[in-house]
Design a protein around this ligand. Structure first.
Ligand code: ZN
Length: 296
C-alpha cells in the first residue's frame, strides 16, 4: 500500500490515481494524513476490504504534500554508512549518532526550498515511519512496529551544523524545508527487499550519491531497538536512517547547493523526490507543470 497526502487529505495511491480515504471509509479514517498512523493497525485491517471497490481518481504529482506532515519526533542518524564515515574522516561508530530534525523542517516531495546560506548540502536517506508505539523493542520485533518507509533528504547547512565549540546538528539540519519527505509512505510488503534497497540523489541530473541500505552500520531493526531503548517511539514518528557517501562537504573541492539547482532523491521501490532550490525566505510548493500527470 502507498499512503499519500493529496492536497492535505489522506489518500492511497494505485495505478491510475488516488483514493480519498475519508470518502472511502465514510469518515472512519482521514482526512488528516498524520492521524492515520495513530490508528495504523485498524487502518491496515480496514484497507484489506475497504479499498476493494474504490475507483482511483487521477491526480497530479504537484498535489502531493509530505505524507507524514507532523510527526511528534524526528530522529536523524549520523555516520550510518561506512564509506560516509570514512569521507567524513570519522571512525566507524560503535553507537548510533543521534540528532533531531525539528518537525517544522518537513516539506513536500516537489517543494521549492530556500537556501539560507551558501553551504547547504544534500543527504539522500531512507526514512522509516513508526506505526505502533515502540518502547524497549528488540530488533527482531522492530519491523512490526514500522508502518512503512519513504524517501527523505536530510538537508544540512554545514557551517551551522559544525559551528564550534559544540556541533549544532539539530539546528543546522532544521531550516524550513530541510526535511522533504515523500512522495508516499510505502508499506514494506511492497518492497523488493526491505533490508537492501538502492538509494541516491542527483544534482541537475548528475548522480552524486548512490548506495545500498544493506551497507548501513546500524540497520533499521537495530536503530529501532537502540532508539526505543530510551525514547518511546510514537506512531507517525520518523527516523532518517543516515546517508551513503558522496555528500558535497566531503568533496575536493567542496560543493554545495545553489539557487536553481534541482535535487532528485530516490529509494528503489519507494519513489523519488524532486526539489528545487531558491534564494530568499519562506518555502513554497513547486508550480504545477502540465507535462507530468498522475504522480506515478
Ligand atoms: Zn543525514
Amino acid at each position: 500500500m502507498r499512503i499519500a497526502n493529496l492536497n492535505g487529505r489522506l489518500a492511497v495511491t494505485a495505478p491510475g490515481g488516488a483514493i480519498d480515504i475519508a470518502e472511502a471509509s465514510a469518515g472512519t479514517f482521514g482526512p488528516d494524513p498524520q492521524g492515520v498512523y495513530d490508528v495504523w493497525p485498524d487502518f491496515v485491517e480496514w484497507a484489506r476490504d475497504g479499498l476493494a471497490d474504490c475507483r482511483p481518481v487521477p491526480y497530479h504529482s504537484a498535489q502531493l504534500r509530505a505524507p507524514v506532515p507532523r510527526p511528534r519526533q524526528v530522529f536523524g542518524i549520523g555516520l550510518n554508512y561506512r564509506e560516509h564515515a570514512d569521507e567524513s574522516s570519522m571512525d566507524v561508530p560503535a553507537e548510533p549518532t543521534v540528532f533531531t530534525k525539528f518537525p517544522t523542517a518537513i516539506t513536500g516531495p516537489s517543494a521549492v526550498i530556500d537556501l539560507p546560506a551558501s553551504t547547504v548540502d544534500w543527504e539522500a536517506e531512507l526514512v522509516v515511519v513508526i506505526g505502533r508505539v515502540a518502547h524497549r523493542i528488540q530488533a527482531a520485533d522492530a519491523w512490526s512496529h514500522v508502518a512503512g518507509v519513504t524517501v527523505g533528504q536530510d538537508l544540512s547547512e554545514r557551517t551551522r551544523q559544525l559551528l564550534p565549540p559544540v556541533p549544532q546538528f539539530s539546528l543546522g539540519k532544521s531550516f524550513p524545508g530541510f526535511a522533504p519527505l515523500g512522495p508516499e509512505v510505502v508499506t514494506v510488503d511492497e518492497l523488493p527487499n526491505r533490508d537492501d534497497l538502492e538509494l541516491g540523489c542527483a544534482v541537475n541530473g548528475e548522480i552524486v550519491q548512490r548506495g545500498r541500505t544493506k551497507d548501513m552500520i546500524f540497520d533499521v531493526p537495530t536503530l529501532v531497538e537502540r532508539l526505543s531503548a530510551i525514547v518511546p517511539l510514537q506512531p507517525g514518528d520518523v527516523i532518517f536512517t543516515g546517508t551513503p557517501s558522496g555528500v558535497g562537504h566531503a568533496r575536493n573541492p567542496r560543493r554545495y547547493l545553489t539557487p536553481g539547482d534541482v535535487l532528485s532523491t530516490w529509494v528503489e521501490g519507494v519513489g523519488q523526490l524532486s526539489n528545487v532550490f531558491a534564494d530568499g525566505s519562506g518555502t513554497r510548493n513547486a508550480p504545477s507543470s502540465a507535462s507530468e500527470s498522475n504522480g506515478r
